[in-house]
Design a protein around this ligand. Structure first.
Ligand code: HXC
Length: 267
């Protein structure tokens, strides 16, 4: 089987306008490219407008569809609200929000400053909550169905040392996902999460790990299937969860990690 082939049929996301926070690089970008290939239009946001604009240009050239690049720091509610208004003005409606923006420091917790700790909480939990509330209020006021897909990690429920603010914040995002799945289903708004394991991206590990550690780091070592994930594998799952094929999936967190977190628990 070729993992670079997508899972869904062409046109599976036709007519869907999808907002991706942290959509300019890494996994956010890969998921976005596949959504485009399946017929969606995208809004991609992050703090780096130059990176987003370049990504949008490349995506449209490669995959077609419309990609709107908007600068937005998810920690700032004024920026979130104006990003949302511009997105709706451009596309008429946004049907799906993929909360993917994150920040993380690998560090002994006692060495983190309060500001560093709060920075991660603010990006991950406050940022996701602000985007979610802005979109949810709009959808409910306009009697518009919607889909949230939130990126978490397995340490949201196992806990993990050395990424404590991220673990605390992702646990919060998971609770947000499940709680809104219950409360907002009556408005035809679904909420699900994905917990990805090791998927290499251009910068995350080298930014997170000190130079000597990153050289020795083998991300596949703890993975029962013996390898890291391919971006297309994550994109397949994400596309399913934002598509109408998953209309009955609500409040679920789907782990895609080759069994990594269970190996940690069982061996
Ligand atoms: C400890 C650090 C630090 C570091 C910065 N700080 N880098 N503390 N270790 N490596 C401190 C600063 O000194 C400051 O505190 C505070 O954090 C805020 O720093 P800023 O530079 O002002 O932050 P900001 O510009 O807002 O940038 C946020 C960011 C940035 C998180 C630092 O890198 C970012 O946005 N990254 C996004 C990409 C990312 O991190 N992705 C990882 C997600 S992947 P003081 O006290 O000095 O003011 C992931 C997968 C899990 O999470 C993998 C687990 C293995």
């Amino acid at each position: 089987m070729n993992f670079t082939d997508g899972m869904l049929k062409e046109g599976s996301l036709k007519g869907k306008n999808i907002l991706i926070t942290g959509g300019g690089t890494g996994l956010g970008r890969s998921m976005g490219e596949y959504f485009l290939e399946l017929g969606a239009n995208l809004v991609i946001t992050s703090r780096k407008l130059d990176v987003l604009q370049e990504t949008a240009k490349e995506m449209m050239a490669k995959k077609g569809g419309e990609v709107l690049a908007l600068s937005c720091d998810v920690r700032d509610i004024a920026q979130v609200e104006s990003m949302w208004s511009e997105s709706v003005a451009r596309f008429g409606e946004i049907h799906v929000v993929l909360n993917n923006a994150a920040g993380n420091f690998i560090s002994p917790t006692e060495r983190l400053s309060v500001n560093a700790f709060n920075t991660v909480l603010d990006i991950v939990l406050k940022g996701t909550s602000q985007v979610t509330l802005t979109a949810g209020k709009h959808w409910i006021a306009n009697k518009q169905p919607g889909v949230f897909l939130n990126i978490v990690t397995t340490y949201a429920w196992t806990g993990s040392g050395y990424v404590v603010p991220s673990a605390a914040a992702k646990a919060g995002v998971l609770a947000l996902t499940r709680s809104l799945a219950v409360e907002w289903a009556k408005y035809s708004i679904r909420s699900n999460a994905i917990a990805p394991g090791p998927f290499p991206t251009e910068g995350a590990w080298s930014r997170l790990l000190p130079g000597d550690l990153v050289k020795k780091f083998d991300p596949a070592k703890k993975v029962p299937v013996g390898r890291v994930g391919e971006h297309q594998e994550l994109a397949n799952l994400a596309a399913y969860l934002v598509s109408d094929f998953s209309a009955y999936v609500n409040g679920e967190v789907m782990t895609i990690d080759g069994g990594e977190w269970l190996k940690g628990a069982g061996e």
